[in-house]
Ligand binder design. Sequence first.
Ligand code: SAM
Length: 291
Amino acid sequence: MRIADYSVTKAVLERHGFTFKKSFGQNFLTDTNILQKIVDTAEIDKNVNVIEIGPGIGALTEFLAENAAEVMAFEIDDRLVPILEDTLRDHDNVNVINEDVLKADLQTRVKEFKNPELPIKVVANLPYYITTPILMHLIESKIPFAEFVVMMQKEVGQRFLAQASAKEYNALSVIWQYKCDCKKVMDVSRHVFWPSPRVDSVVLQFTFHHKYHYANEAAFFWLVKSCFVQRRKTIYNNLQNALKDKELALQMLEKAGIAPSKRAQQCQLEDFMRLFEANESSLIAAYQNQS
Ligand code: SAM
């Protein structure tokens, strides 16, 4: 029997008198086939360290612990700590950290792995209310992760998968294409969770391609976000608002060969990169001025 088997989950929750906290996005998975597929997709073996965010009562953690060298699991809800001690008592390679992952100093934390040289993968069924901030926090940590295999709300997943001109395409889509290749692993019905959320889910695999290395990535991300601020407006309109300089905005677009009448939604990653590279020092200065 597995922790994720419905009857085991039910028994664990009853034994500990656990009540779900909606504000923490607590929807626990009760489907072992999905968990197996996640672990297989992530190719977790004894030469891989894993970071899990939000272990809950340990449904996914159990599968990870069996396969990985070590699992570091960040859980915000202190009521789950004694439950995890109970459900994962047979696994000595799990380190549960009772901390809000958004506040965690991940660079320091990863040094706590017994073998910090091993590749690190992030595997998680993410709390949906903060999926994007968590993923941004992970990439901003600058840890050279090998990959992420993560479950999230379907609508959010579509933004990561979207290509230029699609209605879901936004700054996030561009920033993530700059960092990694993103692939859909599977759709997951809302009915395999307890309690059932109001939305369906998707599992995505992010593989870091390490193709691009801007020294000032924050300035590039700022540029991309600025160009999408008002989606219906042209890239020129958004850029001049960010720079507070119409003439400079026009010059920058011209240098990059981008028509001012285009909308950011129609621009590919390569267009944003050209815009940044053609005007790098001025854009970094503008970014530093406003931050
Ligand atoms: N992994 C479990 C599963 O698949 O059944 C639980 C997933 S549940 C969708 C999300 C988990 O993330 C919950 O256990 C919740 O308490 C935890 N969580 C929510 N916000 C968090 C945060 N900021 N940092 C760490 N954990 C968080």
